[in-house]
Design a protein around this ligand. Structure first.
Ligand code: ADP
Ligand code: ADP
Length: 224
């Protein structure tokens, strides 16, 4: 069953008026529910641009994108925003956590944004997710007081807060040493197997890419 489908997606950027430079060429992609896919390619090949489009942060210049069966070009901004909120969790190279708050509070944040005021069920879910990522012991620690690897675990728990079917991870292990990178990757693999969450991970780490279900390689804006 298809979770994410791209049909001839193209993207150009304005580089002055009226000059345009095309950075994505007829991208066709079909990612099924439960897959763990690596996206690789040299710097400048279009990975960030593609991830921004898949993450509904930017729109294709032409072509179609279907997420959870929904064709997105017909949606207005408000509907795109709500689809993004319910369908996608984001993990970045930098964790973008709120360092003055605890791990639990950070994981509660997406639930708070969605539902307004905090309640016990949010705290309980945050603690459950922190358990899944192996951080029960650190759940009440300030994010500024835990290690980089632990911070990335909090970011992963936060991405799972609203139980999205798709996690987009942009070089999630890029700032970590080999051992922590391996542990974070194995954690995402475990969450993929246990929860059925689909992952699309941009990485420069070929060792990790080889351990994914599938590798998609971009070169000069084309899937090769
Ligand atoms: P990476 O290679 O790690 O993907 P980049 O440095 O290529 O990162 O890009 C970082 C961000 O800057 C991306 O969001 C990208 O869209 C933006 N960017 C890259 N090149 C340009 C450019 N020539 N003009 C404006 N923004 C750019
Ligand atoms: P990657 O993530 O693989 O490094 P990007 O998607 O960041 O690739 O960039 C692909 C190409 O698009 C690069 O040539 C980059 O300079 C260009 N680019 C990215 N973002 C912008 C932008 N906002 N404006 C103009 N050019 C951009």
């Amino acid at each position: 069953e298809s979770l994410l489908l791209l049909d001839k997606v193209c993207k150009s950027y304005a580089v002055g008026t009226p000059a345009q430079t095309q950075v994505l060429f007829d991208i066709d992609l079909d990612i099924r529910k439960g897959e763990f896919v690596a996206l690789i390619g040299p710097s400048g090949s279009g990975k960030s641009t593609l991830l921004n489009i898949i993450g509904l942060l930017d729109r294709p210049g032409s072509g179609k994108l279907y997420l959870t069966g929904q064709e997105t070009s017909i949606l207005d901004e408000a509907h795109v925003t709500s689809l993004r909120g319910e369908a996608i969790g984001f993990v970045f190279q930098s964790h973008y956590l709120l360092s003055a708050f605890t791990a639990t509070e950070n994981v509660m944040m997406p639930m708070l944004m969605q539902r307004g005021s905090p309640d016990d069920s949010m705290r309980e879910r945050a603690q459950l997710l922190l358990g899944q990522v192996g951080l029960t012991q650190w759940q009440d620690s300030l994010v500024s007081n835990i290690s980089g690897g632990q911070q990335q675990r909090v970011a992963i728990a936060r991405a799972l807060a609203l139980n999205p079917p798709l996690i987009l991870a942009d070089e999630p292990t890029g700032n970590l040493d080999t051992k922590s990178a391996d542990a974070i990757f194995e954690l995402m693999r475990k969450l993929n197997r246990e929860n059925g969450t689909t992952f699309l991970m941009v990485t420069h780490n070929m060792e990790l890419a080889k351990r994914c279900d599938r590798i998609i390689e971009l070169v000069d804006g084309k899937v090769v």
